[in-house]
Ligand binder design. Structure first.
Ligand code: SAM
Length: 255
């Protein structure tokens, strides 16, 4: 089986809050998305995406690309981020995120949701951030050079990527896929979509690393999902992570 070659330096020990399940305290997020908002899935993704990166999120200004219903923006704030900007193309999801934040009484000065295409917003919104989260997005685009150019131009200290990948691939390759733009979790319709479909790519895990390294992001950590899942027998809705069809990585921008 293909190996990325960077072993996690941080054991995926459950944080105290995740034993209870982070999203159990914020159950609206189970209802405000149609995109895999299952309890176990959200709670364990929280462990890999947020709890494992609390050291870089604490005190940080965060950009959440494809912020959806605000679930990871919200979790970043609860992990100590001082401000989060979410970019999301679908206006009903931006409305959902704003409603969720209002419901949980989040200080309005600590967040902003931009409703628009990420490729526009990255260049027009005057963003000033320390950490970029790019979660569930790399397989809903094919515009990798633009995406990483724009992210790098923001000079974040860290980038957290979570993405579906082609499994069992030791080469940095990308498989072409068509996304139906009508589906909530997919690429949003834009100037390049056609007949209700967008041409997108599913990268291999080496390709995800390759893209980041091309733009000076050094992979610091690949989350050890196998270890986490072994410690949580019986959890459901995480087959993609279990089968190496999805990865969570953290990288640092070289000085
Ligand atoms: C699979 S969901 C990921 C949601 C969330 N980030 C997560 O990881 O749980 C993909 C999200 O990307 C958004 N999206 C797709 N294309 C976009 C674009 N060009 N600009 C901004 N958001 C986009 C979708 O509306 C959807 O909310």
């Amino acid at each position: 089986m293909w190996k990325l070659g960077t072993k996690s330096k941080r054991a995926p020990r459950p944080s105290p809050e995740d034993r209870a399940g982070f999203f159990d305290d914020y159950p609206r997020f189970f209802d405000t998305s149609n995109t895999y908002a299952y309890r176990d899935r959200l709670n364990l993704r929280h462990e890999a995406i947020i709890a494992a990166n609390r050291d870089v999120l604490d005190g940080a200004r965060v950009l959440d690309i494809a912020s959806h219903d605000g679930r990871w923006s919200f979790a970043a704030l609860r992990a100590g981020a001082t401000h989060v900007t979410g970019i999301e193309a679908r206006k009903e999801l931006v409305k959902g995120a704003e409603d969720n934040f209002a419901h949980y009484d989040v200080d309005p000065t600590t967040y902003r949701f931009v409703c628009g295409d990420v490729f526009d917003a990255l260049t027009t919104e005057g963003l000033d951030v320390d950490v970029v989260m790019c979660l569930g997005f790399l397989y809903h685009t094919l515009r990798y050079n633009e995406l990483f150019t724009h992210i790098r131009a923001l000079r974040p200290r860290h980038l957290i990527v979570d993405t579906n990948v082609m499994p069992d691939q030791d080469k940095p390759v990308v498989r072409l896929v068509r996304d139906k733009t009508a589906k909530q979790q997919n690429a949003a319709a834009d100037a390049f979509s056609h007949n209700g479909q967008a041409l997108v790519g599913k990268p291999s895990a080496p390709a995800v690393r390759f893209m980041q390294e091309t733009y000076d992001f050094e992979v610091e950590d690949i989350y050890d999902w196998h270890n986490l899942l072994a410690a949580r027998p019986g959890v459901e809705g995480l087959a993609d992570y279990r089968k190496d069809q999805r990865v969570t990585m953290r990288s640092r921008l070289a000085a």
